[in-house]
Design a protein around this ligand. Structure first.
Ligand code: UD1
Ligand code: MG
Length: 442
């Protein structure tokens, strides 16, 4: 017997008007990643388990931004343009050419469900082995806004009714349509050819294929999935809800990897945050995209970390800001009110208090005193600061870049250093102190 083949259609051409945004809905981020990216990544993560033919994303006319994002980040995606946004059925119809004579199964997904899980996709695939048409449903705490799944007396799916068309009785139904379906390819387009325009909304509803299939005596399968997996982001409240749920998942994952989070509900991860074991994360820590944290790293309260690699046994914060392009080698300490940008701080170096380190290369075991500033920007260019191994930079020093301090050197506190300092030197730039006897008060 020939193995089943599968294709995916992701619908992302909707206007997303409820978001009230200049940015297309599916490019809004959840855990630092655009919504559409979560969906494509989840499909790609089951690539090895199924025979995957096509992944097609349906976009609207003004979706260049989404198209560029997809092309920059994923290979092998077909983009189809839905000329007019005439509803979810019309969006699927716009892929008709691609699926001419297609013999496989088609999984239709919505582009606005960032929490879609591998399990949900595998459930749809299983469903497609037993039914010509099936959908994923869920019991909602608050079903408002979702299409309701209507069952017949034998508890078989009969139809889906949209919120705006539902009677007051139907509105009480808490079994909702996730907007995700698994259908035999040929059947999908044959049912779509019979969908009529819903005149109330001037849209063709994809949900009508369920009613049409039932009318033709085709049994409809349903997989019962979790509500959060199907959470469709339609507005800013939905976005906040998706973020909340995603963070719960990511915090759990971090703890499963062996991290201690003493106040998990206050820590915010990105989808791509990489955590190792024995990492300690204090309260109110925020991770932006591109962070990798090595074993035994301690991050104290109120740190903001983005685009940074932190190697093992470093101690960060409290109140540190680590910005993109920063690499901290093992056992580095970055203390309170320290900002580090695009810099490499090597093994065992310390920047403990109130400093700005930008575009710098700081050697092994360097001690950077309190209040040290690398003056990296001259108003036009960003310039580099280099400090050799084992040097000591006194408190309140300004290092005016481009500048090099050799290894094993000392810079006296309060100096403004504008000339390079070679190895094994002591450099001080300071006015002589004047001390005079104070006048006696009468
Ligand atoms: C849809 C379903 C609803 C389901 C819910 C789940 C329909 C009619 N309703 O409602 O039953 O409970 O999803 O989240 O299908 N889109 C296009 N072209 C269009 C219109 C929409 O590509 O012309 C895309 C959107 O970009 C979106 C997806 O289809 O990603 C769903 O559209 P949306 O407007 O969010 O539908 P819902 O009202 O959420
Ligand atoms: Mg939606």
């Amino acid at each position: 017997m020939q193995k089943e083949r599968y294709s995916f259609i992701i619908l992302a051409a909707g206007k997303g008007t409820r978001m009230k945004s200049r940015r297309p809905k599916v490019l809004h981020e959840v855990a630092g990643e655009p919504i559409i990216s979560h969906i494509i990544s989840t499909i790609f993560s089951i690539k090895k388990r199924i025979d995957l033919d096509k992944v097609v994303v349906v976009l609207g006319n003004e979706s260049k931004e989404i198209e560029l994002f997809i092309k920059d980040n994923f290979d092998g995606i077909d983009i189809v343009i839905q000329k007019e946004q005439l509803g979810t059925a019309d969006a699927v119809i716009s892929t008709k050419k691609i699926f001419k004579n297609y013999k496989g199964k088609i999984i239709v997904l919505c582009g606005d469900t960032p929490l879609i899980s591998i399990n949900l996709l595998l459930d749809l695939i299983k469903l497609s082995n037993n039914y010509k048409i099936g959908l994923s449903g869920f019991k909602a705490k608050n079903p408002f806004g979702y299409g309701r799944v209507i069952l017949n007396k034998f508890i078989k799916v009969k139809a889906i009714v949209e919120e705006s068309d539902a009677s007051s009785f139907e509105k009480k139904i808490d079994l909702c349509n996730s907007g995700m379906y698994a259908i035999n390819g040929k059947l999908l387009f044959s049912l779509l050819s019979k969908v009529k325009l819903n005149t109330k909304k001037n849209e063709m509803y994809l949900t009508d294929i369920i009613y049409l299939a039932n009318k033709e005596g085709i049994e409809i399968g349903i997989s019962y999935n979790k509500e959060i997996e199907s959470l469709g982001v339609n507005d800013r409240e939905g976005l906040a809800m998706a973020e909340k749920e995603m963070q719960i998942i990511l915090r759990k994952k971090a703890m499963q990897k062996g991290a201690t989070l003493i106040a998990p509900e206050t820590v915010f991860f990105c989808k791509d945050t990489k955590i190792s074991k024995d990492v300690y994360i204090g309260p109110n820590v925020v991770f932006g995209p591109g962070v990798k944290i090595g074993e035994g790293v301690k991050i104290e309260a109120f740190c903001h970390i983005e685009g940074v690699t932190i190697k093992k046994d470093c101690i960060i914060g409290p109140f540190a800001r680590l910005r993109p392009g920063t690499v901290l080698e093992s056992s580095v300490k970055v203390g309170n009110f320290v900002e580090v940008k695009k810099s490499k701080i090597k093994k065992g170096a310390k920047v403990n208090h109130l400093s700005y380190i930008g575009d710098s290369d700081i050697g092994n075991n360097v001690n950077v005193g309190a209040g040290v500033i690398t003056c990296n920007y001259d108003g036009v260019n960003k310039n580099k600061t280099k400090i050799g191994n084992n040097s000591f930079i006194g408190s309140n020093v300004s290092l005016v870049a481009p500048i090099k301090v050799g290894s094993d050197s000392i810079i006296g506190a309060g100096s403004v250093i504008t000339k390079n300092v070679s190895n094994n030197m002591l450099a001080v730039e300071r006015n002589k102190q004047v001390t005079v006897r104070k006048r006696n008060k009468k």
